[in-house]
Design a binder for this molecule. Structure first.
Ligand SMILES: [Zn+2]
Length: 223
């Protein structure tokens, strides 16, 4: 899609979001999202659905409160957090394989700009294309010291196309979230943007006291 930015320059908008519906993959034990008709055009004169889902369904942002008592919940995050710059690093990994700090640093070094404050680093594994649930839950993960590196860079957030950056006991979450570095999980279409930087919009819905919330993630690419 092409559109004019407010300053008159052309921008291409890419949707980095996974859809939410009965087919959306969730962790074993989690309920499938329910999107059920509430009103019908022919019966009520207007169409609407009733939705029921865990906050961590589809493309969503984890707030610090997800792991830390008393930390900001999703509605308490400042809106400045939702409009940023982003850089995509890509790794070709098999199910369950880790990314080391060295690999991650090398990938960041290959970017046209160095990410820091005001930036998200988005990690492309191509996991949004994985159809099989058994493979999907064996996602590649980031070693703990990758999280330390992200904290050293001082970025706003980490995003991935996998359901999580880590496995139990969730050390990446526990290193990043106390520093206010949010985590966006289940992004889509990142591979096409590997190695590039762009304006990034990811605004979670404002759930009072929410641990996380679904969002629409967009790449705004200046042409
Ligand atoms: Zn989550």
């Amino acid at each position: 899609m092409d559109g004019h930015e407010a300053d008159g320059t052309m921008a291409r908008i890419l949707d980095l979001t996974q859809g939410i519906g009965p087919e959306t993959k969730v962790f074993p034990g989690y309920p499938q999202p329910i999107v059920r008709p509430w009103t019908y055009l022919d019966k009520h004169g207007y169409y609407s659905n009733w939705i029921l889902l865990v906050e961590h369904t589809g493309t969503h942002m984890d707030s610090p409160a997800h792991f830390i008592e008393g930390a900001p919940t999703i509605d308490q995050l400042p809106p400045e957090k939702f409009v940023a710059k982003a850089a995509v690093v890509e790794f070709k990994k098999k199910p369950g394989e880790p990314v080391s700090r060295k690999e991650f640093e090398d990938a960041v070094r290959g970017l046209p700009e160095k990410p820091g404050k005001g930036w998200y680093i988005l990690v492309a594994f191509g996991w949004d294309k994985v159809g099989d649930l058994d493979t999907w839950v064996k996602y590649p993960y980031l070693e703990d010291d990758v999280a330390s590196y992200l904290a050293e860079l001082g970025v706003e957030g980490l995003g991935l196309d996998t359901p999580s950056p880590d496995n139990a006991p969730f050390n990446v979450h526990k290193i990043l979230l106390p520093k206010g570095i949010v985590i966006i999980e289940n992004l889509a279409n990142l591979q096409a943007l590997a190695g590039s930087t762009f304006k990034f919009i990811a605004a979670p819905i404002k759930i009072h006291g929410g641990s996380a919330a679904p969002l629409r993630a967009l790449a705004v690419i200046e042409e």
